[in-house]
Design a protein around this ligand. Structure first.
Ligand code: CMC
Length: 431
């Protein structure tokens, strides 16, 4: 295999090394290009830019493959659970009984919030979006962690990561309770991670939430499926912040903000809003599909398309199958599921979507399960954030452990005015 690429600029040929990944993907190393040629590369949206070498998650978008640390997502979805998958992502291998027990205990020890943090929730208006609260409160949590501003220490990492992973679901549940004017429910150490989250969301001081094992399993699976996805917008953001040596809470808070947008994690909320709109309009889906194909409409078929997958997103396949199963078990008939299936069938036979290789992504069906298990719409993207936390932590660790790490600092091609004089205020506006 060719290990060098040749690039001719101004009549001179430059050799650029080719880096080969463990799955055979190839990248041209251009790190010395500017020094040698004066040129940089330009790649709007980073569609062809590898920002790092990573051994955490592998995706083959053409074949629809997703693996965490080499293990296929289908296998993890069937055999693993969120906290075990989190361990796998963060530490690189599946834990033994002892390691898993220790990790779970660490999470339990860290599940409470400092009492003073509770008052911060009071400062948000009643209808604040929980993603805004989540991001702010993750950052605020760092104020209560001793030594958080000290230089990265691998021996302290474990406890900080456990704090973050444990507290994110407490913060998320508190944010929801606050937004509904409901009393805060404290975590219960007897519950496992996902059950505990549902308890904090839905129990009342006078009555414990009835934990249906199928509901717990369905949400846990959603967390597993969202746990990492290589260099997506939010993970790349986390790595970018980590490269400045910021602390793990600052990095995760930034990740939450990047995830919030409707083109990224916010798509799960946008999908349900779209399906509800179609339902209200009595549209059989065809009007919406036509609008999604018309660039001037400003509409997109939410939950469709992906930067990397040019095939069916493997997570969407698992979630679609789960949708039927969970709704069946809970005896729920949701008209939005029928609309979603109709839209999918129509899009997969429409040349616009076929030619552009636009398939359902993870967000297309996940919202329907979340609705069925009682997660409120405004919390959907928060579920994504809780699920993605192990991936962010693993990527943070990878950046901090790297011995040759540099601050992430892209360049640009400047297109503004060339040097011009400063005009005093009384002379401005005159031609
Ligand atoms: N509906 C209609 N047209 C679309 C869609 C869509 N959902 N997605 C892409 N296109 C078109 C796009 O207009 C463009 O057409 P043309 O070549 O004629 O200009 C072409 O397909 C390529 O799209 P792109 O915007 O260049 O693709 P991208 O890789 O930059 O964007 C995406 C990927 C996920 C942001 C985009 O597909 C999208 O906006 N999808 C809807 C939002 C969504 O579901 N996001 C969740 C992504 S999966 C979960 C996650 O990782 O966060």
């Amino acid at each position: 295999m060719d290990k060098v690429a040749k690039l001719e600029i101004d009549g001179k040929v430059h050799e650029l090394p080719i880096v080969v990944g463990s799955e055979g993907e190839r990248g041209i190393d251009i790190s010395a290009l500017r020094q040698a040629t004066g040129c940089i590369t330009l790649d709007d949206g980073y569609g062809n830019t590898g920002s790092c070498q990573s051994n955490i998650t592998f995706i083959d978008g053409e074949k629809g493959i997703l693996r965490y640390r080499g293990i296929p997502i289908e296998v993890l979805a069937e055999k693993s659970f969120f906290i075990e998958t989190a361990y796998l992502l963060i530490y690189g291998y599946l834990p033994t009984h002892k390691e898993l027990r220790r990790f779970s205990e660490l999470l339990t020890q860290n599940e409470m919030l400092h009492e003073d943090l509770k008052f911060h929730f009071e400062g948000f208006p009643a209808h604040a979006h929980p993603m805004a609260i989540l991001s702010s409160m993750i950052n605020a949590t760092s104020c209560f962690v001793p030594g958080v501003l000290d230089a990265y220490d691998p021996t302290v990492f474990e406890s900080q990561a456990a704090r973050l992973l444990a507290k994110v679901r407490t913060i998320a549940a508190f944010a929801y309770r606050k937004s509904r004017g409901l009393p805060i429910m404290y975590p219960k150490p007897v519950y496992k991670y996902t059950a505990n989250f549902l308890h904090m969301m839905f129990s009342e001081p006078y009555q414990d939430y009835d934990l249906n094992p199928e509901v717990v399993k369905a949400l846990d699976l959603i967390f597993v499926l969202h746990a990492d996805h290589e260099q997506n917008c939010s993970t790349a953001t986390v790595r970018m912040i980590a490269s400045s040596q910021a602390n793990i809470f600052a990095c995760a808070a930034g990740g939450v903000c990047a995830l919030w947008g409707p083109l990224h994690g916010g798509a799960n909320q946008a999908v349900i809003e779209m399906l509800e709109q179609i339902h209200r309009d009595g549209d059989d889906g065809s009007k919406f599909i036509a609008a999604a194909k018309d660039k001037k409409s400003g509409k997109r078929l939410m939950g469709f398309g992906h930067r990397v997958y040019k095939n069916y997103d493997p997570r969407a396949k698992i979630i679609k199958a789960q949708c039927d199963k969970v709704l069946g078990l809970l005896k729920i008939s949701d008209p939005l599921l029928d609309i979603a299936k109709r839209l999918e069938a129509a899009a997969l036979h429409d040349s616009y979507f076929v030619e552009r290789k636009l398939y359902p992504n993870v967000d297309f069906y996940s919202g329907i399960i979340m609705r069925a298990i009682g997660i409120p719409l405004e919390m959907f993207t928060v579920m994504f954030a809780i699920g993605r936390m192990p991936g962010w932590i693993a990527n943070y660790k990878e950046v901090m452990d790297a011995t040759n790490g540099r601050i992430s600092r892209p360049r640009q091609i400047y297109t503004g005015p060339t040097e011009q004089p400063y005009v005093s205020i009384d002379k401005r506006g005159k031609k």
